[in-house]
Write a protein that binds this ligand. Structure first.
Ligand SMILES: NC(=O)c1ccc[n+]([C@@H]2O[C@H](COP(=O)([O-])OP(=O)(O)OC[C@H]3O[C@@H](n4cnc5c(N)ncnc54)[C@H](OP(=O)(O)O)[C@@H]3O)[C@@H](O)[C@H]2O)c1
Length: 356
């Protein structure tokens, strides 16, 4: 590995941190750097790495343009590495971090199945998991779907035992990375112009104006992560569907409870939970109005309502009529997966680096 040009920002104090972001040109990497930029953490440098094709590109950090490295930098001596590449590239970065003895936070899911790698999902007040976070050489980030479901399961599970969770996750083009967004955009333009369809993107088939069953997220990863967090006794089933929107993730979730729970208790648990926002029935939070005054008003939370927020929006709480009263609820979740995962990763990193 050779180091090309080092991207150093001004003002390193004694404890100023030296960070590395792999995948700095991707959706997640960009958002992570923006959030680090806005933070008040003392940061001596952020080294941004991407594929060799991105050599020569730059990114901004604290008012200065920084080179994107197409070759890997020397990792020894850095304080923390964030991996925001695809899973296939992640394992090699992980091995290099272990060799260089630099702690590493993997946002790709490549380490989710490894029981010895901590998977912090529900960060309580400082303490608790902090010892593990402070000392583990590798830390895995749960998927955005896991983070959203875990908050809801934990919030409700404090009031009644959850015996079964079944959900269908509707993923946007952003789930498949920047190339997924480009594919949806180019295919949509071609359809409008009635011109020839471009080559399929990372979904492996056309996605514009269509719904792709089994597309989007990796349901097996989510199931595995939730079983790691809540134990094998929790029965979970997940289906993924790709929908032709650019951002966001929606989930229609059915929860079966061991003992009945009233709606008002359910709602109050959700309202009280940090990271969940209950969106009551009514006009969508974007203030949408029905075109036909006599028709019902559009009701959120939609995926666009959730875009740009790190909260999981919860709405459409309806009884599951196939179960005894209070034993089953259908719940709709809308979230922005990139915001959710980056926000969580920064909270974990903050604890690791003593910036919480
Ligand atoms: N999208 C989401 O909603 C979401 C949410 C949570 C987690 N994730 C996970 O986060 C990861 C990134 O997702 P994304 O949406 O940001 O993907 P993306 O937009 O496709 O970005 C991928 C990044 O990886 C870089 N890369 C590719 N090969 C590399 C190599 N050999 N060495 C270093 N960097 C390399 C790319 O660089 P180039 O620009 O040079 O190709 C780009 O910066 C994935 O593992 C995904 O599963 C995604």
């Amino acid at each position: 590995m050779s180091e090309t040009k080092k991207a150093t920002t001004g003002g390193p104090g004694k404890s100023a941190r030296r960070l590395v972001v792999f995948g700095v040109t991707g959706q997640l990497g960009r958002e992570l750097v923006d959030r680090l930029d806005e933070s008040e953490w003392p940061i001596a440098e952020v080294v941004g790495v991407a594929s060799p094709q991105s050599t020569g590109e730059t990114f901004d950090f604290r008012g200065e343009p920084q080179d994107v490295l197409g070759e890997w930098p020397i990792l020894k001596g850095r304080d923390l590495v964030f991996i925001c590449t695809r899973g296939v590239e992640a394992l090699e970065v992980v091995r290099e971090c272990l060799r260089a003895e630099v702690p590493c936070l993997d946002l790709t899911g490549a380490l989710s199945a490894q029981a010895e790698v901590p998977l912090p999902a529900l960060l309580g007040p400082a303490g608790g998991e902090d010892d593990v976070i402070a000392s583990a050489p590798l830390i895995a980030m749960p998927s955005a779907t896991t983070l959203a479901w875990a908050s809801l399961i934990e919030a409700i599970g404090e009031a009644s035992e959850i015996v079964r969770v079944v959900g269908t996750v509707m993923s946007s083009a952003a789930t498949l990375g920047r190339r997924g967004l480009v594919a949806l955009s180019e295919e949509s333009i071609a359809l409008f112009n009635q011109s020839e369809s471009p080559e399929p993107g990372p979904a492996g088939q056309g996605v514009a104006f269509d719904v792709v069953p089994s597309g989007g997220i990796d349901p097996e990863r989510v199931r595995l992560e939730l079983n790691r967090l809540f134990g094998e006794a929790l029965r979970i089933d997940i289906a993924g569907v790709q929908v032709p929107t650019f951002v966001g993730e929606g989930t229609s979730l059915a929860i079966e409870l061991g003992s009945p729970l009233e709606r008002r208790v359910l709602e109050s648990r959700i309202e009280a939970w940090d990271g969940l926002t209950l969106v009551a029935d009514g006009v969508g939070s974007r203030g949408l109005m029905a075109v036909d005054g006599a028709a019902a008003e559009p009701i959120g939370p939609t995926l666009r309502d959730a875009a740009g927020t790190e909260e999981v929006l919860v709405g459409r709480i309806e009884p599951d009529l196939s179960l005894a009263v209070g034993h089953g609820w259908r719940i709709w979740l809308a979230s922005d997966p990139i915001q959710l995962v980056v926000d969580h990763a920064l909270r974990v990193a903050g604890r690791r680096l003593g910036q919480a």
